[in-house]
Design a protein around this ligand. Structure first.
Ligand code: DUC
Ligand code: ZN
Ligand code: ZN
Length: 474
């Protein structure tokens, strides 16, 4: 009578919008049954006292992606490849990641994708997809590659309003948005104003202000607010949806909330660094460890980001994992005294994203459990065309779960984590709740701190059309 591959029993399971006591039967990598009691199963796992939540979907991570050869930090090496990045993600409760495949100028999107497929194939513990980064929107890219790639399951691209090697002109942005809109490709926008940043950087350097803390002064909130406003305006002109990535603070959130109140199809993401770090963290000897773009803002800013999550102005939380070691291979490539201009931007965060948000969101009473699951699992799956398979626990969905011990107290330190970075910006923070077991399509990948998964179990995901409604709040 039992033909389940695995039964997880005794846990409180997140189904629909809340926890319910039920057992979960898994067959062929999918949820086959949810019932008060399920007997049998080739293997059984006792989840008593714990919460079974959907596996996380981290829709913004940079893995095995060197800085663009045209960037000031060229030559810095990312610490994580797909093996260490996906392992770290899994231990933090994430079962799907979407990484970037950047196009260099003169390169086709397809060639860029091929490079990253070669890096990921057979090398991931969890399922993965790719967003293309479009830096050279030629006629061929706009007219042929973008529509063809949507049909093949690559349904999102990222464009930049900053970084000299990546920045698109407003005209190019309009053309990308128009081409994408025509075929159902979702455009993600990195919104910071390049000319303002370069002008401020030159001025700071002339004044001898080159320490990591000046990184934040070189890209203040105003430059993000301006670029966010412009991205919204350009999208409105075209009538296209956009997703603004790594929104860092109040002024950009206000722009987004206003656009959404007008019904525009604008969605936005934030990241843990804008909730848990501040510009003060750049003021130390090793401030480069917390250098990312946009930078962490003043301490007073974080409550506005929490409010953005609570109000729905911000729709999802991703890590923006961009892992560099604090040595000559990464952050210190140009020496310990290099100007901030030459320090690779990015911080690690795949493994800490969900525990931080669970602890300071759910356990501290800032978010309901349903809001946490929406922000970390369901919304990214919906927005990036992965529902109904990912982001929820439901019959027919992939058996991607994280079993959380909601009371476990953990002081975060780097030795606990599974990335290949030699530090975490969150060291010393105490969190309540941690995922103790993680399954990907029914395979137990992590069990009480021990890696059980097989390298290569993670599969490439062809994604469906994006799920951004054409009217906000629809
Ligand atoms: N900023 C980005 O835009 N990408 C990677 C990391 C970062 O800090
Ligand atoms: Zn970015
Ligand atoms: Zn990024």
């Amino acid at each position: 009578m039992n033909d389940f591959d695995c039964v997880i029993h005794g846990a409180e399971v997140f189904v629909g919008q809340s926890l319910a006591r039920c057992d979960v039967g898994v067959r062929n990598g999918k949820v086959a049954a949810l019932a008060e009691r399920i007997d049998g199963g080739h293997s059984r796992f006792d989840g008593s006292g714990k919460w079974l939540l959907p596996g996380g979907v981290d829709a913004h991570c940079h893995i095995d992606q060197p800085p663009n050869p045209g960037s000031a930090a060229r030559g810095a090496q990312m610490a994580d490849d797909f093996e260490s990045g996906s392992r770290s993600a899994a231990f933090g409760g994430t079962t799907t990641l979407i990484a970037f495949a950047p196009q260099f100028k003169g390169q086709s999107l397809r060639d860029a994708l091929q490079v990253y497929h070669a890096r990921a194939t057979g090398r991931s513990f969890i399922d993965y997809g790719f967003h293309m980064i479009v830096s050279d929107p030629t006629d061929d890219v706009l007219q042929h590659e973008i529509p063809a790639l949507v049909e093949e399951g690559y349904t999102s691209i990222k464009i930049y309003l900053t970084y000299e090697a990546l920045r698109l002109s407003d005209r190019q942005v309009l053309e990308v948005l128009d081409a994408s809109n025509g075929c159902g490709m979702l455009t993600m926008v990195h919104a910071e104003n390049l000319d303002c940043i370069l002008w401020l950087t030159d001025r700071l350097e002339r004044q001898g202000k080159t320490a990591p803390r000046y990184h934040a002064e070189s890209r203040p909130m105003l430059v993000e607010r301006e670029a966010t406003f412009r991205a919204v305006a350009l999208a409105e002109l075209v009538g296209a949806p956009i997703l603004i990535v790594h929104v860092s603070g109040r002024e950009a959130i206000d722009v987004i909330a206003e656009a959404r109140a007008r019904g525009l199809p604008i969605v936005a993401e934030t990241c843990p660094q804008y909730l848990f770090l501040s510009s003060d963290d750049l003021h130390t000897e090793d401030g480069a460890k917390c250098m990312c773009s946009p930078p962490p803002r003043a301490k007073e800013n974080a409550p506005f980001v929490w409010r953005g999550l609570q109000s729905g102005a911000l729709s999802l939380v991703s890590s923006d994992h961009a892992p560099y070691r604090f040595d000559e291979s990464g952050k210190l490539k140009y020496g310990p005294r290099a100007s901030f201009r030459f320090i690779a931007n990015g911080i690690p965060g795949l493994e800490t994203r969900m525990p931080l948000l669970f602890s300071e969101g759910v356990m501290a009473g800032r978010l309901s459990l349903a809001e946490f699951v929406e922000l970390c699992c369901t919304a990214p799956a919906r927005i990036y065309g992965l529902l109904p398979h990912k982001g929820q626990i439901a019959v027919g969905a992939d058996a991607d779960f994280a079993l959380w011990d909601p009371t476990r107290k953990t002081v975060i330190n780097n030795a606990l984590l599974h990335h290949n970075v030699d530090y975490t910006p969150y060291a010393g923070m105490q969190v309540t709740g941690w995922p103790t077991q993680v399954w990907v399509r029914g395979e137990l990948v992590c069990n009480d701190g021990v890696l059980k998964g097989a390298l290569g179990h993670g599969q490439f995901l062809r994604r469906g059309k994006h799920g951004v409604p054409m009217r906000a709040n629809a």
